[in-house]
Design a protein around this ligand. Structure first.
Ligand code: ADP
Ligand code: MG
Length: 469
């Protein structure tokens, strides 16, 4: 899974590597700043040291500027890297779906594919952004702040180290409780999308059968389900902030108490007021880094399900592939079915076609009759290799259909499907789906044959009228 995901980074390797580097510089500078502030305050405290105060002040401005610069750089490369990563992933998914055979498509519902290309990609993009930016920043920040704090005052810094495991345990409980809820929310999104898609697609049927209320209820149930799980999960996650604040204030009270004692007993020689205020800053940085880390963990776990769903599509092998050394030309219109059996799914109990032997001569006109569901469409779909026969061979022009170049075969075998689909574009654009090089005269000729010419001429711009579904 990780390998498939990494494969989507491609031309965005550079910003993906630069981001953590920029973030590291930003963090280091951010950790040095409180140290200089401590010095500055200590000098102000002691008075008569204007030069030193100015010096430290200038250094602080410079550091703040460096930190800002690298923060901006990291933000920019991170945006480029994560958006590019998502773009590549959508591109790959879309191209993969184009390669799918009918039986590949049967495995994924349309709504599920739409969710995978939109919500799931966005989730993974967010996680990626977190990983290259925050996941580098937080541990780095925690370690550097701890080092600086210890360098300043080891006794007081121990307080943070003691509080850290308590905060970690609290955060762990919050994650453990909220995670299953987040996971179930994303499963339910599919159901919601399914309900929306079915309804929007079948809007006319819903209306003509006056089923709006039923559909509304069905939708409301799916939406309520998502809402209730999301609310529960967010309510638990909302505990993060007060927990963090509690740990922070507890640490501050302890540090103030013992810090004051140290300053007073040593008369300010062991530690200055400035040092104490910087210790607060380091403490905040240590504890908030831990909280950020826990949030990243939540984000990555949420996106894990999305990653799996994306990889399922990316790693799906197309069931129909071009043969090696394919035949590029269909010699004539002969069609032969030799002992052909077919079922839609390998685990299906019933065959849709069972031992079919059918021989149609080139130029012959044949009608196939049968009740609904008697597999007429199934039979037709095997000729242009929309599905492969489970057993036996289907031949066109005397050659097994599996030996042809798929494009050559499908160009030669025209299939008019029962369900008509219009693509957005002019009437001409839609007609050229059959033959993209057809001349205007040819388009008019076939439309006359299909008795559609008169109808098309009644449109305001005739063949150039823009139409859509
Ligand atoms: N994509 C599919 N997946 C699984 N079963 C299918 C699929 N398409 C059709 N079937 C089943 O195959 C049988 C034949 O369907 P079909 O060829 O569409 O019949 P006809 O065109 O004669 O009405 C039916 O039982 C139908 O439910
Ligand atoms: Mg049919």
């Amino acid at each position: 899974m990780i390998k498939t995901m990494l494969g989507c980074i491609r031309e965005y390797k550079k910003p993906s590597i630069l981001t953590p580097i920029f973030v590291s510089v930003e963090v280091i500078v951010e950790c040095i700043i409180p140290f200089f502030i401590a010095k500055l305050i200590n000098h102000i405290e002691s008075g008569n040291e204007t030069e030193m105060v100015l010096l430290y002040g200038a250094a602080l401005i410079l550091l703040a500027f460096i930190s800002l610069l690298f923060g901006v750089l990291a933000g920019s490369t991170c945006a480029t890297a994560s958006s590019g990563f998502a773009k590549n992933m959508r591109h790959d998914l879309f191209y993969k779906v184009q390669q799918f055979s009918f039986s590949n498509i049967d495995r994924f519902s349309t709504s599920s594919l739409v969710t995978r290309l939109t919500t799931d990609v966005t989730n993974v993009q967010m996680a990626y952004m977190m990983i290259i930016r925050v996941a580098v920043r937080s541990p780095f920040m925690m370690i550097f702040s701890a080092i600086m704090a210890f360098a300043m005052c080891p006794q007081l810094s121990t307080i943070y180290i003691i509080i850290l495991p308590f905060l970690a345990a609290a955060l762990f409980i919050i994650i453990k409780k909220s995670m299953p809820l987040f996971k179930s929310v994303f499963k339910k999104y599919d159901k919601l999308n399914n309900s929306i898609q079915e309804n929007v697609k079948g809007m006319r049927v819903v209306k003509s059968f006056v089923r709006e209320d039923y559909e509304k209820k069905k939708f409301a149930n799916a939406a309520d389900d998502v809402c209730s799980d999301f609310t529960k999960a967010e309510k638990i996650v909302a505990l993060n902030s007060p927990t963090m604040q509690f740990a922070m204030y507890a640490a501050m009270i302890l540090v103030s108490f013992f810090g004051a004692k140290i300053i007073i007993s040593s008369g300010g020689s062991a530690m200055g007021v400035g040092d104490l205020s910087s210790l607060f800053t380091y403490g905040m940085q240590i504890l908030s880094s831990l909280m950020m880390l826990s949030m990243i963990f939540v984000m990555i776990t949420i996106s894990d399900a999305s990653m799996q769903r994306i990889c399922e599509v990316l790693n799906e092998e197309s069931t129909i592939k071009n043969p090696e050394n394919p035949i590029m030309q269909v010699p004539d219109g002969r069609i032969d079915f030799d002992s052909v059996s077919f079922k839609y799914h390998e685990n299906a109990e019933k065959y849709a076609l069972d031992n079919i032997n059918l021989h149609i001569k080139s130029g012959e006109t044949i009608g196939v009759l049968g009740g609904t569901g008697s597999s007429k469409t199934t039979l037709i779909q095997l000729i242009s290799r929309l599905y492969d026969a489970t057993e036996g061979t289907v031949s066109v022009g005397g050659n097994d259909v599996k030996k042809y170049d798929i494009k050559a075969l499908r160009d030669a075998v025209s299939v008019v499907l029962q369900k008509n689909v219009l693509f957005s574009g002019t009437i001409k654009d839609n007609l050229r789906w059959g033959d993209k090089n057809a001349s205007d005269e040819e388009l008019v000729r076939v439309c006359r044959l299909a008795q559609a010419d008169e109808f098309i001429n009644s449109f305001p711009y005739k063949y150039d009228t823009y139409i859509e579904q």
